[in-house]
Unconditional design. Structure first.
Length: 306
């Protein structure tokens, strides 16, 4: 047994059991480390640490990444909204760690498509930008970062009058995503995006050796038009299709919904969860697992290790 505090396996002994309030959960083994003189249990460092209802973890995860709101998830599982919110925050922390391990083991990426999608928090006067980077072809989600931005157009005057000046952190989110792309890039990296004037400067800063290819962006159309769409081949299809799936599977990102984001950091938690779910599905579809067990749901089991 390895001590989670001092990372040593010397002189670690068993020291009884303890039971939780929920009697459906088996008692957990306690341990004591003589090196750092601290105690721990078999649940220390896992997703289920100090949770009273770990058996609903997998259901909460599947509902949150399948177009279900936090309120409806709590109602379906007969629990409270606070429980779902706390589990979301814990899941996101492990999802970020899971994604980091995956990026270290995945093969180098040669073509990446990136762009921004917009949503809002609390009100349309408080828009939020989400920078997304996708590998072309496989449509693996490399990174996604949410950041506040000032209102535009007719709402800009109303937003400044009601909420004051709003910070613009789109440059920070773009740099964060491009920095992640730089960690998994191949020698001949090709970047594709639309003609946003902010992109060339950011690419020169974070990926100076990459070739940046720009294309004319297209406005999204109503579902079902299919062959009625004009323009033919879409060079940014991998990104546009992934963003459409993101809006469909994360309830607060839907175009017309009562479920809105109240905090940008919680929106980032949803993005981290969906990245794990989306990449797991893509990996199973293409059967291209780079030596990493991609079933994130196994981490949500009561007896799962960190």
């Amino acid at each position: 047994m390895l001590c989670p505090y001092c990372a040593r396996a010397t002189r670690v002994i068993k020291k009884g059991f303890f039971s939780r309030k929920n009697h459906e959960i088996a008692p957990s083994q306690r341990y004591f480390c003589f090196t750092c003189r601290r105690g721990f249990s078999s649940g220390t460092g896992t997703v289920t640490y100090r949770q009273q209802r770990p058996k609903i973890n997998r259901q909460v995860f599947q509902l949150l990444v399948s177009g279900t709101s936090q309120r409806r998830t709590a109602r379906l599982l007969k629990t409270t909204q606070t429980t779902v919110a706390l589990k979301l925050e814990v899941f996101a922390k492990f999802a970020r760690r899971h994604q980091a391990n995956f990026l270290k083991k995945m093969p180098p990426v040669s073509t990446v498509v990136f762009d921004d999608m917009e949503t809002f928090e609390h009100s349309k006067c408080k828009p939020v930008s989400i920078t997304v980077a996708v590998e072309e072809g496989s449509r693996l989600l490399i990174a996604a970062a949410a950041a506040p931005m000032p209102a535009k157009g007719r709402l800009s005057h109303i937003a400044r009058k009601r909420y004051g000046k709003r910070l613009d952190k789109r440059r920070w989110a773009l740099g964060k995503v491009l920095k992640t792309v730089a960690d998994v890039r191949a020698a001949d990296l090709l970047l594709k995006s639309d003609k946003c004037p902010r992109y060339p400067k950011a690419v020169r800063r974070w990926l100076p050796d990459a070739f940046h290819e720009v294309h004319l962006s297209r406005r999204a159309c109503v579902v079902g038009q299919g062959e009625l769409k004009a323009g033919g081949f879409d060079p940014l299809f991998s990104l546009n299709h992934t963003c459409a799936m993101l809006r469909d599977n994360v309830k607060r990102l839907s175009r017309k919904t009562w479920c809105t984001t109240k905090r940008v950091d919680r929106l980032q938690c949803f993005l981290d969860l969906y990245i794990c779910y989306h990449n797991a599905w893509i990996e199973q579809l293409w059967e291209r697992k780079p030596g990493l067990e991609w079933d994130f749901g196994r981490l949500l089991q009561p007896d799962a290790a960190a």
